[in-house]
Design a protein around this ligand. Sequence first.
Ligand SMILES: [Fe+2]
Length: 194
Amino acid sequence: MNVSQATLDRRSRIRVRQFHHHAFRTRDMEATRHFWEDILECPLVGTFVETTDPVTEGPSNYIHTFFEMADGSALAFFQFQEGLYKESEIHGNVDPFDHHIALEVESKDAVMAYKDRFESEGYPHMLIDHGYCYSIYVHDPNGMQVELTTKVPETIEIMERHAKTAHEDLKRWLAGVTEANNERRRLRSGESVN
Ligand SMILES: [Fe+2]
């Protein structure tokens, strides 16, 4: 199933074109490189060494790396030289409801291939069938929650249907109507939430 003309028309009017990069702080760039380049196979395509903090404009020393995805967008990381590290509010693993990034892979087979790889590398992970996509979640070495997800045969139909009611669904929930409207969702146990 292809997306409808209405969806194509809606997207043609959006000025924000696509994901460019997402940045996160690390204390261990080599562990970060191993995860993103060796395990996820996103090549390191840039390491920028900077000596001025762009926020304070004071002297600093940090590197800014970019790991490329297939569409040319990237995951970026900062590491400050020891002693110049600015402590983050983030300690330990990030809860997916606080923040996560979701990256698309081409198939459920690709999701399962990453599952095997995370198991052999000792990374805890979880699979969730959201109904409109199928995902595996893992924390990278920095505690950032990463979701690798794939479209499923029902994705376009579900997303086009929900696009028609998204404002109405939002208003209803804000008004106190709390019943689920994601009837295809399956949690890890395989049980529907409805
Ligand atoms: Fe997500």
